[in-house]
Write a protein that binds this ligand. Structure first.
Ligand code: HEC
Length: 145
């Protein structure tokens, strides 16, 4: 589909092509997202209940922030979880782009102090791709390592 878009837009300027693909709400690329997940693997498992440095991300959508069973969360993370809905697509994408700021926003601080030492994903494409890869695990439909 992307190739066709580019072919159709072939006579348009590069700027126009960038504009077209930029505004399209294209779903992320799960294969690319699996590679983005390499940034998370050291700390997060995709197997249900398997804690590492961070909690397992399997079944994430069944819980609120900072409520993974058997995991000692930071106070800020749990405080945020008490104020917002259980994890969903919108929350996750906002969180992973700017973890400390997003959690801070929920509890009235500029930046939260959480145990996740990760600055966030700067690229929107990385966020979309990562989400496409992780969604079935978040929903508990798939088991990983
Ligand atoms: C250096 C280790 C580390 C890295 C790298 C890391 N995380 Fe985390 N993550 C944690 C820890 C520790 C927590 C628990 C934070 C707390 O309770 O304060 C956490 C929490 C989370 C949560 C909330 C879990 C819950 O049950 O509320 C999500 C979602 C998450 N991480 C996703 C990711 C993703 C996706 C990546 C990669 C892009 C990533 N993390 C990278 C350590 C890490």
């Amino acid at each position: 589909m992307r190739i066709r878009t580019i072919a159709v837009a072939g006579t348009l300027s590069l700027l126009a092509i960038t504009g077209l693909t930029g505004t399209a709400q294209a779903a992320g690329d799960a294969a690319a997202g699996e590679k983005v997940f390499n940034k998370c693997r050291a700390c997060h498992s995709l197997a249900e209940g398997k804690r590492m440095i961070g909690p397992s991300l399997n079944g994430l959508f069944n819980r609120k922030a900072g409520n993974a069973e058997g995991f000692q969360h930071s106070a800020d993370m749990s405080a945020a979880g008490a104020k917002i809905d259980p994890w969903n697509e919108t929350h996750f994408k906002a969180y992973i782009a700017k973890p400390q700021e997003y959690i801070g926003e929920q509890i009235g601080k500029p930046k939260a102090t959480t145990k996740m030492v990760f600055p966030g994903l700067k690229s929107e494409k990385e966020v979309e791709d990562l989400y496409a890869f992780l969604e079935p695990y978040f929903k508990g439909e798939k088991q990983g390592k």
